[in-house]
Design a protein around this ligand. Structure first.
Ligand code: ATP
Ligand code: MN
Ligand code: MN
Length: 304
């Protein structure tokens, strides 16, 4: 796929500096991805991924024996955690020590600790209370077509634009899409979450045959849950470029809006094919993410 690659023009990924124990341990048997392969993947994507994972509280999905074996969702530091990552005290809850990283060594240290997924907060350590991004997670019920999920993403994009925000889209690496917008950190979590709930309720209200905004109704097949609950204090969503602890070693992949179509499904990109795609792309789909940040306009401009 894509044109010829001029390797010389690509920035060289940094060289791995963190020592791994059991580098040949297989984390994704079906995709043939080992612990060393995971570390090499993150080393390759680091320059693109860094802005979304550095300097934020992180939750992790860890799985010492890989997928298909027990996984645990890790929100706080643990005994034996890498020294390359940093523990930070939650300012409103000093009993809690959250995990953060400053650099690639931090991420590779987490890989050494069997981290298979990275889930950052939507705010940074500079201001825990004020999100600098919002995220609408589109969760399709049984029988929803990919075309309909893409249409839902465009609808979220339009509604973000009505709030003064610029929307970016990524595959979840699972079943859906995530529409994410950079936000100027001015408003605090409760106000932002209420605005995201209003967006989700608005979509469900205007198109009740297609969308639901409450978890209980999400069981209804044929509809898409507009999951706004990623937008609360301490809630997380999987990071761009994070691997998923699911079959095939999928990754959550930033894409261009006009790329969304039949060829690229929600788990199309994987540890095995993402680096080549990144090497070939002429434009980084999320390259302007931070530059595009804007304050949320809370007052709806007009009734849709
Ligand atoms: P999919 O496309 O399959 O929906 P997804 O990443 O959107 O992929 P969801 O199940 O919709 O997956 O999202 C759940 C979110 O909740 C995750 O992004 C994660 O940050 C968070 N989460 C996952 N497991 C836990 C847990 N055990 N406790 C708290 N939060 C969790
Ligand atoms: Mn989802
Ligand atoms: Mn969800």
């Amino acid at each position: 796929e894509g044109g010829p690659v001029n390797v010389a023009e690509q920035p060289k990924p940094p060289k791995r500096t963190v020592n791994l124990t059991h580098p040949d341990r297989v984390y994704w048997p079906d995709a043939g991805v080992t612990k060393a392969g995971l570390a090499d993947y993150y080393t390759e994507v680091w320059r693109l991924m860094a802005p979304f994972v550095v300097n934020r509280p992180l939750a992790l999905v860890r799985g010492p024996d890989g997928i298909g074996k027990p996984l645990f969702f890790q929100k706080h530091g643990w005994k034996g955690m890498t020294k390359n990552a940093v523990l930070v005290k939650d300012p409103t809850d000093p009993a809690e020590e959250d995990i953060t990283i400053r650099d690639l060594d931090g991420l590779l240290g987490l890989v050494q600790g069997a981290t298979l997924e990275i889930h950052p907060w939507g705010s940074t350590l500079d201001d825990w209370e004020k999100p600098d991004m919002v995220n609408i997670d589109l969760d399709p019920g049984e029988g929803v077509s990919w075309t309909d999920i893409i249409a839902a993403a465009h609808e979220v994009k339009r509604r973000f634009e009505d709030m003064g925000l610029v929307a970016f889209v990524k595959t979840s690496g699972g079943k859906g899409l995530h529409v994410v917008a950079p936000v100027k950190p001015k408003a605090e979590w409760p106000e932002v979450k209420a605005a995201m709930k209003a967006l989700a309720d608005g979509m469900a209200g205007d198109d009740p045959d297609k969308y639901v905004s409450t978890i209980t109704k999400s069981k209804r097949s044929g509809k898409i849950l507009i999951d706004y609950l990623r937008n609360g204090r301490g809630n997380t969503a999987v990071a761009p470029y994070s691997t998923r602890a699911r079959p095939g070693a999928p990754v959550s992949m930033p894409v261009e809006w006009d790329e969304l179509g039949g060829a690229i499904g929600p788990n199309y990109f994987t540890v095995n094919n993402a680096p080549a795609r990144i090497a070939q792309q002429t434009n980084d789909p999320w390259g302007d993410f931070r530059k595009a940040e804007a304050p949320i306009e809370f007052k709806a401009k007009k009734k849709r």
